[in-house]
Design a protein around this ligand. Structure first.
Ligand code: AMP
Ligand code: MG
Length: 472
């Protein structure tokens, strides 16, 4: 069997200003360590033998139909505008239209230097590659829009980070890699024809029912508001919500220093580079609005009647906090059971969260246990739960089937950070069993899987991971 990827490329047809043609840089001794058969099927890709696939997904062989390129973009990183970023360690091989008729990018990440590499080596090490593989696939299984992982390859080369690390390449699949930063780079440079072309391309690819830059802005706002509420509802902290990591498609993108919370606290930060806590858990909605404002600023550069455009864009952006709140309330209401709306719901949810924070309650396990009788055990002072639960039980008497609602809203399994770290340490030693086990269990996050009870346990003191690194 030979690997065949039915490429149908559109980005490579866009003006040359959008990218630099760039082949992946070959590596010494590629070895395929993961391949996502289910995803391959959706994409219409027929797998080949492991040797062939290792060559292709390492970038040593450019498959028929691929037109490799590095995309140009810029972006605000931690609030500061960086006029040129771009794919510094990734190449887009091309696109495929899946059996579901959705067009998706196939990108190699860690595939060597490009014209946008700046000081970087263009490479990735095994840790972040496996982290992104596991976490992005877990997000997908949780029902959250996300880029996905098709393959992971060890390169047989050493990458220098905190020390010498094994190199790896991830094959990332996304509905596109268009970001807020893709618009920013053309707007900032005054390349208005390119900005218009990009706007039309993004609309045709992602939101064919909308018209014009403001239609696009509204659509991205709606997608991002829904997405961020879903992150909040599973305790996900993205870690680097820079505008270059904010996808126009509304998918979660760029799993660098991300993590799921163990014990609940709104100010939780995991990323070692986020010293100010800009991207802390509870700041994420506000940052999403800030990022949308940057997209608005870029988009209006193409509109002749600037005054009217500014007014309309302002109105669109200012409506986002309310939208976020509505999505948030819908998600968290389901987590405690109700589907109907009552005035006191927001206060009831907020009260629970406050008590969880005061009692170091595990975010995932507390919500999951609401469907049983063990939720109080998650609290250092269980009576803090009991006094909340009185009002909650009274509220549930007016609901048809709150248990089923809670089961569907509260996963048993999330990719816990200490398990990811343990998985990476094992893989570095050549043991991929924890990686495969994590993937298998996290593929069914809402099913109680008694054999995997150890993966539901929060970290012990020794296991706590205090910071996650970019691994760049
Ligand atoms: P990220 O933190 O992954 O969102 O990356 C931010 C920017 O840095 C992007 O332009 C990346 O392509 C670039 N970058 C990150 N790591 C590397 C690397 N090892 N080599 C070259 N460029 C990199
Ligand atoms: Mg990025």
């Amino acid at each position: 069997m030979t690997l065949t990827i039915p490429f149908d490329n559109s980005y490579a047809r866009l003006p040359a200003a959008f990218y630099a043609r760039q082949s992946p840089e070959p590596v010494r001794a590629p070895r395929l360590v993961a391949f996502n058969d289910d995803l391959a099927q959706v994409l219409g890709i027929s797998p080949g033998d492991a040797q062939d696939m290792a060559q292709v997904f390492a970038g040593n062989t450019v498959p028929d139909g691929a037109e490799p390129l590095a995309q140009l973009y810029s972006g605000h990183q931690f609030g500061t505008y960086n006029p040129q970023l771009g794919d510094g360690r990734a190449v887009l091989l091309g696109e495929v239209v899946g059996t579901d008729w959705i067009r998706r990018d196939i990108q190699l990440k860690g595939s060597g230097r490009t014209p946008f590499s700046r000081q970087g080596d263009g490479r990735a090490w095994l840790g972040p590659v496996l982290r992104e593989y596991v976490v992005s696939e877990a997000m997908h299984a949780l029902g959250i829009p996300t880029t996905r992982a098709l393959a992971a390859v060890e390169t047989g080369e050493v990458v220098l980070r905190e020390g010498p690390m094994p190199g790896a390449v991830l094959t990332r699949v996304a509905q596109s890699h268009l970001r807020v930063g893709t618009f920013q780079v053309f707007a900032a440079r005054g390349q208005i024809a390119d900005l218009r072309r990009l706007t039309d391309y993004a609309i045709a690819r992602h939101y064919p029912d909308v018209t014009g830059p403001m239609g696009l802005l509204r659509a991205v706002r709606d997608a991002q508001a829904a997405l961020i509420a879903q992150w909040m509802a599973v305790g996900f902290i993205h870690g680097v919500m820079n505008t270059d990591n904010c996808a126009i498609s509304g998918e979660t993108i760029d799993y660098g220093p991300c993590a799921f919370m163990d014990s609940y606290h709104p100010n939780t930060v995991y990323s070692s580079i986020d010293r100010m806590g800009r991207y802390a858990y509870s700041n994420q909605p506000e940052i999403a609005v800030w990022n949308l404002a940057q997209l608005a600023t870029a988009l209006i550069q193409q509109i002749e009647d600037r005054q009217a455009a500014v007014e309309e864009a302002t109105e669109i952006v200012h409506a986002m906090p309310d939208l976020l709140q509505q999505h948030w309330l819908l998600r968290f209401r389901a987590k405690i059971g109700p589907t109907t709306e009552e005035y006191g719901d927001l206060a009831l949810i907020s009260d629970l969260l406050t008590r969880m924070a005061q009692n170091q309650a595990d975010f995932t396990n507390t919500f999951h246990a609401l469907g049983g009788d063990a939720a109080r055990d998650q609290f250092t002072d269980p009576t803090a739960f009991d006094s909340w639960a009185e009002g909650w039980r009274a509220r549930l008497t007016r609901e048809a089937d709150p248990l089923a609602v809670m089961r569907a809203a509260n996963p048993a399994f999330i990719p816990r950070n200490h398990r990811i770290e343990q998985m990476i340490q094992a893989a570095v030693q050549g043991d991929y069993a924890p990686f495969h086990r994590l993937n298998a269990v996290l593929a069914r996050p809402y099913d109680d899987q008694p054999d995997a009870a150890d993966l539901r346990r929060p970290p012990t003191q020794d296991e706590v991971v205090h910071a996650t690194f970019c691994g760049t």
